[in-house]
Design a protein around this ligand. Structure first.
Ligand code: NI
Length: 179
């Protein structure tokens, strides 16, 4: 296992449209997937996209921790998820505001609008097609990570920069976490 170094905002790789992966079962790629899971956990993240370790390819890993889930059946906890060449379809126009952070933008949190309900599909590390519906935090993580593959950061999606804060000041907002 190799822990990868993260790239941070300002690194051009985070602004590129990442390339489709032609061989999802390639041994080098599968090692990268395993290393990305290790790196995500070591950094205490809930998601990590390949450009965040300097690799401009369409791949991300994520998890949905139990404490972030809701009663919605499509917002259940997940561990160790991998999506290669992922695609998203919004299932309604309904948007939801919620707090996000990003390992490539350390120390900050912001309120970002995301689709409340999405369908997504992609290939996992076993070469199997994953097709699922997601809501709430699960949907939010997948949208955030897919944005990384298109060179988009959550700051680009924010509607009101007054809802950008350092983590150390976040308690000032906690009365209304979902805005
Ligand atoms: Ni991120």
């Amino acid at each position: 296992m190799t822990l990868h170094k993260l790239t941070f905002m300002g690194n051009p790789v985070l602004r590129e449209v990442a390339a489709l992966i032609e061989h999802p079962q390639d041994a080098v790629l599968l090692q990268l997937v395993a290393d990305m899971h290790e790196t995500m956990l070591a950094e205490e993240g809930v998601g990590l996209a390949a450009p965040q370790v300097g690799i401009s390819q369409r791949l991300f890993v994520f998890r949905v921790p139990e404490e972030r889930t809701s009663d919605d059946k499509d917002d259940a906890p997940w561990q160790h998820q991998t999506l290669i060449n992922p695609e998203i379809t919004p299932l309604s126009d309904e948007m939801e505001m919620g707090w996000e952070g990003c390992l490539s933008i350390p120390g900050l949190r912001g309120v970002v609008p995301r689709y409340k309900r999405i369908g997504y599909r992609g290939i996992d590390e076993k070469g199997k097609m994953v097709e699922r519906e997601a809501a709430g935090f699960h949907a939010r993580v997948v949208q955030h990570e897919l944005d990384h593959l298109d060179g988009v950061l959550y700051l680009d999606r924010m509607k009101d920069m007054r809802h950008l804060t350092f983590e150390s000041e976040m308690h000032h907002f906690m009365k209304q976490e979902e805005m």
